[in-house]
Design a protein around this ligand. Sequence first.
Ligand SMILES: [Cu+2]
Length: 216
Amino acid sequence: MGAMGGGMAGMSHGDMSGMDHGNMKGMNHAGMGHGAMTAAGASTEVRHARTEYGASIDMRVDTPRTNLDDPGIGLRNNGRRVLTLADLHTVGGPMDPRGAEREIELHLTGNMERYSWSFDGVEYGKSTPVRFQYGERVRIILHNDTMMTHPMHLHGMWSELETPDGQFLARRHTIPVQPAQRISFLVTADALGRWAWHCHLMLHMDTGMFREVVVA
Ligand SMILES: [Cu+2]
């Protein structure tokens, strides 16, 4: 864990002062006058859910990084050029030209000592589904509050990765989120039903970094 570099700067351990208005997921930001949400890109205001202040969490990141050109731990400055998310460009642009109608922010969380993993401090067994309205265009922000990279796989729909200022980059099934990184992507909820959304590291998925997504 010694190779974290600059990403550690903003981490708080047990500091309650960052507690704010709780879990924003499912809330419609349209017309809410949310200061940090810009037309061009994802909101930058960090919102830790209330459920992140519990025993399931050993770390929170208050000043995440948003750059996509970091090769990642163990691959930096090794004399070779390493492909990063910033190098990807899907030919033809996004499948859906619409901007996001609302924003869902979820944090990737865990406790290294307990070896438990979760979204927003809530393991799968205690969670309720994330709900998408059929046909909506939604922006998902994933904010990594852990010291590990999590390759996050949303089933059933495409994840359209964007730059911090809202430019389309690439269409993917799985998006790796590095330690202390905050990334965003757009999803068109065009597939009715129940879908899995999880980290692709088996031990993380099995211990709770898994959510059900319902499109209805
Ligand atoms: Cu993981």
